[in-house]
Design a protein around this ligand. Structure first.
Ligand SMILES: [Zn+2]
Length: 294
């Protein structure tokens, strides 16, 4: 991560960093268990509450426990029957359960499943534990980003979603990233932008010591990690008498490297990208969706 802050600073003048530190901002919700009045109005507080409810119900349907499906915020006691918009009256439902329940009271809907009813009623009353606690990995990252000396702005997941939705942008990881924090411009020009996906692949195996059958360290010859200037993981294009190949190579200490399912002599190769512990891809077919948040 820090490697990339430094690398990107090299390519473009970065003057500030925006980071999504928390999923929701408690300060914007006051007491999340008694507020919630505005949640459908598309207000920022509404987005924060939505994130809170998602977290409270662990991003699963309260009725059938379905995960990774679109989830709707659901009134436990229906609005039509005097139920409030308070968070303690909200849960999550998948579309199927939401439709099946309709405007029925929960006690009627779960008539045949008293244990589910009991569980939901108990869960609804329980405020989210440690709602303000920040994930320790994110804290560490925040500290390290601050150490760069650049100003670091922190936003919540609710704010990210609010920013992206009010700008009419689809739900993708990169657009979420572009919408973090209050500094997000009113208009984001996203047309024609192809995000570059960078995946850490590591620097190959790190074997500390090889032991023999009796458990004693084997004397091993230090092998060079490159051969004829190539390293395992290099991206190459090879034009051979048998055909043209692209891909990542696995080197051997003789002039025959593994490239996909074939062995190729390095003399046919041209390196496109030196192995640096990362894999780079462009998402060409549209943009992949982020996992559903409901
Ligand atoms: Zn369901």
């Amino acid at each position: 991560m820090l490697t990339w802050v430094n690398r990107l600073s090299w390519y473009a003048p970065i003057s500030a960093i925006s980071m999504e530190l928390v999923r929701f901002d408690m300060q914007l919700m006051e007491n999340p268990e008694v507020s919630g009045v505005e949640y459908q109005q598309g207000s920022l507080a509404g987005y924060e509450i939505r994130e809170y409810v998602l977290e409270k119900w662990q991003r699963a349907c309260a009725y059938c426990e379905a995960k990774d499906v679109p989830l709707q915020i659901e009134h436990i006691h229906p609005r039509a029957k005097g139920g409030t918009n308070r968070v303690s009256n909200l849960c999550l439902a998948c579309e199927k359960c939401n439709t099946a329940k309709g405007t029925q009271d929960i006690a009627v809907f779960l008539k045949k499943k008293p244990e589910v009813l009991k569980k939901i009623q108990a869960q609804a009353k329980k405020p989210l534990k440690d709602a303000t606690a920040v994930n320790s990995t994110r804290w560490k990252l925040f500290e390290r980003l601050k150490a760069t000396g650049l100003p670091v702005e922190c936003g919540s997941g609710g704010l990210t979603r609010y920013n992206r939705t009010t700008r009419n942008l689809p739900k993708t990881h990169w657009l979420d990233a572009a919408n973090v924090g209050t500094s997000t411009p009113v208009v984001l020009i996203t047309k024609g932008i192809k995000p570059l996906k960078i995946k850490a692949t590591g620097h190959g195996r790190r074997k500390m010591c090889v032991t023999d059958a009796d458990g004693f360290p084997k004397h091993h010859k230090e092998r060079k990690s490159s051969y004829m200037g190539y390293r395992t993981g290099d991206m190459v294009k090879a034009i051979t008498p048998k055909g043209t190949y692209w891909g990542r190579i696995a080197i051997r200490h003789r002039p025959s490297f593994r490239l996909g399912k074939t062995d190729v002599h390095p003399k046919y190769m041209r390196r496109l990208h030196r192995a640096d512990g990362y894999e780079y891809t462009y998402e060409t077919k549209g943009v992949r969706d982020a996992p559903p948040h409901g």
